[in-house]
Design a protein around this ligand. Structure first.
Ligand SMILES: *[C@@H]1O[C@H](CO)[C@@H](O)[C@H](O)[C@H]1NC(C)=O
Ligand SMILES: *[C@@H]1O[C@H](CO)[C@@H](O)[C@H](O)[C@H]1NC(C)=O
Ligand SMILES: *[C@@H]1O[C@H](CO)[C@@H](O)[C@H](O)[C@H]1NC(C)=O
Ligand SMILES: *[C@@H]1O[C@H](CO)[C@@H](O)[C@H](O)[C@H]1NC(C)=O
Ligand SMILES: *[C@@H]1O[C@H](CO)[C@@H](O)[C@H](O)[C@H]1NC(C)=O
Length: 677
């Protein structure tokens, strides 16, 4: 009854809104518009997109694996004359992302200019954000310009992290991207923003038709547009966009049940986008408690129908039960029998993959903690969404064979399970979390690791990697060594996780192109060049790891001016300046064995040498670490390189733009096989 009344009242209540909201300013030429809320707005909507009763443009509605588009109905007149170039335009919009998890949301939303809803109709959900699909991504015929607000790190698009803003031309691999945030007007300092904070934020996108400069700026709702844009690059959009083109928004969900909203939007052609009156915007929904099943509440009181309902409920439960535990099993899998987990067991171990068991999430999917009912063994269960069947057999064979590896510095893979579009991997649970969390805690005073602990972890990881490279029956290249892939067990031993997983994405990828899998800052130059993963490429990443653990700094550093440089170059400068110990993590407060620190730093430089031939094998590394063999004297000419310059010469010059953090392919990996979030 009350609900019914509300429905009637709402149109009246929001009539004022509607009038304000529709095209107010702006000539009849449609070169300008502003929406303050979307009640009554004439938008071209498709997929899950809808306008809510309160006037929010809801692009996705909390259902997983959906996409939604909302386009301004009239085409843009981008070019002044039929063969003219694309003129200046300016866009402002206010958005908000509401996910039911505080630290996980899929997949993001984008402002898009494209030839219309038909061109977007073949786009996919999930990481494709409703913009492209696997075949068309990157094609010039997409004629698409987009600004993505991306909340998941996807390896295939070289995403820098799970909270970034990117400029996209025809492809979801951004031409330029950066952490979401803004530069403070007064002191220029960078302020982080979390896209999934459930707070409304404003974005400005400006294109200058003469200089061809694209600027993207983002700020909290109450903040005036910051002077310094977050992203700025020159791109001739006349070479991209065609007429007619439409402007609007695209969004998609993946495994997470996020809602993506636009609260207000304005556009100006050859003039600034009209200011959006933020006091008149509709409010983002507040997350209440989750709706629960009403079935039981209804069945109990109605006694006469009880029997029918009971039978019905039992049937439904039986069917649901079957569906719930459905697995994908193929003939070839019989040989891997012992390593195959029943989905039902994993389901129970994680209480149905309940949120409270979620350990983390990343580009690969989600990781849950669970306890196997029969054995009471604690496990980390990783759900990897994987559509492609291609190469799955080889991959499973490899995973199973790798699963036979036992080493105290490797995270044990216990087995796997398959469902439609989903691969589930079961690992030993590591109670102390991943190493990066200890190195990069937020607070100065948070507990960190002392040098003795770090040195032990270094030795452990070296020993695990040595085993993979030289001791096991086959050479296993890890491909993704980094601090977030080093997990700490109960005794704080370092254990390498996720080995071999990066390969899944090689199999799944277009077989014509060898894609480089690895993580920004850890990729050896020859790997970038040839795409061939070798043990010595692992040694390179291990070198970066050594520097990171000793200096307490990330592989890519940024100075106050926003210039980026590589940690290895910075340590090298200290080595040349004979001030090596100044590079040591200040959080160690000078308490360390300087002989060991020197050894590790110099070995880090040697391992991260641009020439693969100069790097030691892991066998050698162990000998150096144990003091069995002294580290060779390194001369200035041995170590006269500048890694950044080297990589740039290989065409990786994106970094010369101070606002970019994109450098190379990066793979999103989930480090959280562990507690310690
Ligand atoms: C969300 O949108 C999809 C696609 O239109 C639809 O099938 C689904 O029922 C919607 N879910 C809700 C909760 O409105
Ligand atoms: C515009 O370009 C088309 C195709 O290139 C050409 O046929 C036409 O003559 C041009 N029009 C003008 C006004 O330049
Ligand atoms: C810059 O100003 C902001 C707001 O006053 C403040 O939060 C931030 O800490 C300042 N940063 C620096 C480096 O002074
Ligand atoms: C901002 O976020 C980046 C990346 O997540 C992080 O490295 C940095 O420490 C954060 N800065 C602040 C001031 O929170
Ligand atoms: C931009 O591209 C258009 C279309 O290809 C071309 O006509 C124009 O000269 C380009 N502008 C500049 C400055 O290169």
């Amino acid at each position: 009854m009350i609900g019914h009344m509300l429905c009637h009242l709402l149109p009246i209540l929001f009539l004022g809104h509607g009038l304000l909201g529709s095209l107010v300013a702006g000539g009849s030429d449609g070169d300008q518009f502003v929406y303050t809320g979307f009640t009554g707005a004439d938008l071209t909507l498709d997929g899950s997109a809808t306008v809510t009763a309160t006037g929010l443009l809801e692009l996705t509605n909390g259902t997983t694996h959906q996409k939604g588009h909302a386009l301004h109905p009239a085409p843009l007149r981008l070019r002044g004359s039929p063969n003219g170039t694309v003129q200046s335009f300016s866009v402002a919009f206010v958005f908000g992302i509401v996910s039911s998890y505080l630290d996980f949301s899929t997949h993001g939303l984008a402002l898009v200019v494209a030839p219309g809803s038909r061109s977007l109709s073949s786009a996919l959900t999930d990481q494709y954000m409703g913009l492209t699909n696997a075949q068309d991504g990157g094609k010039a015929t997409n004629h698409m310009f987009a600004v993505e607000l991306d909340t998941v790190q996807n390896l295939e698009f070289h995403d820098i992290n799970a909270n970034h803003v990117g400029i996209d031309i025809n492809s979801l691999s951004s031409v330029l991207s950066n952490d979401a945030g803004y530069y403070h007007d007064k002191n220029g300092s960078f302020q982080n923003l979390s896209l999934i904070s459930r707070e409304a934020m404003q974005v400005w996108v400006d294109y200058d038709g003469v200089t061809m400069q694209i600027d993207v700026t983002i700020a909290p709702l109450a903040t005036v547009k910051p002077e310094k844009p977050l992203l700025s690059c020159i791109y001739n959009l006349s070479t991209v966009l065609v007429e007619p083109s439409y402007i609007g928004f695209s969004s998609a969900t993946g495994p997470g049940n996020s809602r993506h909203y636009v609260l207000g939007w304005s556009f100006g052609m050859n003039r600034p986008a009209p200011v959006i009156d933020i006091t008149k915007l509709p409010k983002l929904p507040q997350l209440g408690s989750k709706p629960r099943s009403k079935v039981l509440e209804i069945t109990l009181p109605i006694a006469s129908a009880a029997l029918v309902l009971t039978v019905g409920t039992v049937l439904i439960l039986l069917v649901r039960r079957r569906l719930r535990y459905t697995e994908l099993r193929e003939d070839w899998e019989s040989e891997f029998g012992p390593h195959r987990f029943a989905y039902k067991d994993l389901f129970h171990a994680t209480e149905g993959f309940k949120d409270k068991h979620l350990l983390g999430a990343g580009g690969f999917g989600m990781v849950y903690r669970g306890e196997l009912q029969k054995s009471r063994v604690e496990v980390a269960v990783k759900k990897v969404s994987h559509g492609s069947k291609q190469g799955m057999k080889e991959f499973i064979a490899e995973i199973v064979s790798i699963g036979r590896i036992r080493h105290r510095n490797l995270v044990q893979l216990l087995g796997y399970c398959r469902r439609k579009d989903e691969l589930i991997l079961v690992y030993d649970y590591m109670s102390n979390g991943s190493l990066d969390k200890y190195l990069y805690t937020e607070e100065e005073d948070d507990p960190t690791l002392d040098w003795a602990q770090r040195f032990r972890i270094i030795k452990g990881v070296a020993s695990g990697l040595h085993y993979l490279h030289e001791r096991w029956e086959k050479v296993v290249v890890h491909r993704d060594i980094k601090t977030s892939n080093v997990l700490l067990d109960k005794e704080m031993n370092g254990r390498l996780g996720d080995f071999g997983l990066a390969k899944l994405y090689d199999h799944g990828a277009n077989p014509q192109t060898t894609r480089v899998v690895g993580t920004t800052g850890y990729l050896a130059p020859e790997l970038v060049r040839t795409g061939k993963a070798t043990p010595l490429a692992d040694v390179f990443a291990f070198g970066t790891f050594l520097l990171e653990v000793t200096c307490g700094q990330r592989p890519i550093k940024q100075d106050e001016q926003g210039n980026q440089f590589l940690l290895v170059d910075w340590v090298l400068q200290h080595w040349h300046g004979e001030s090596l110990l100044e590079a040591v993590d200040p959080r160690l407060r000078g308490e360390y064995n300087s002989g060991e620190v020197r050894l590790v730093l110099q070995m880090g430089l040697l391992c991260a040498h641009p020439s693969a031939a100069a790097r030691p094998s892991m066998q050698r590394v162990l000998q150096y670490l144990d003091g069995e063999t002294p580290l060779p004297e390194m001369t200035r000419s041995d170590l006269s390189f500048n890694m950044l310059a080297l990589l740039q010469r290989k065409g990786l010059n994106v970094m010369s733009c101070p606002c970019s953090s994109t450098m190379m392919s990066s793979v999103g990996t989930i480090s959280d096989l562990s507690g310690g979030r």
